[in-house]
Design a protein around this ligand. Structure first.
Ligand SMILES: [Zn+2]
Length: 88
């Protein structure tokens, strides 16, 4: 019995790595100034914390930042009392 051990060395195909540069254009359009700012007056309470007074109902919204003010406008229940002057 004869064993032919032919070890063929296959030349590795050089994979042509075509570096395709995907120039992804990220359109980062973000308005920094929120519209909610236009309807509130920022004040500082006696504790030095920032608060906002709604220009519509004069409600003082303290703590939570501008998001809390927006919740006042849109009327998120459980978070802050909805503005009676703004109807969503
Ligand atoms: Zn209000």
């Amino acid at each position: 019995m004869q064993l032919d051990m032919e070890s063929r060395e296959e030349e590795p195909l050089q994979a042509q790595s075509q570096a395709q540069s995907h120039s992804s254009v990220l359109s980062n359009v973000r308005t920094k100034k929120d519209i909610a700012w236009e309807h509130v007056t920022q004040v500082v309470d006696e504790k030095g914390k920032k608060a906002w007074i709604c220009n519509f109902c004069q409600k003082v919204i303290g703590g939570g930042g501008i998001n809390r003010v927006k919740k006042h406008f849109v009327g998120v229940k459980g978070e802050v009392a909805a503005c009676p002057k703004v109807s969503p």
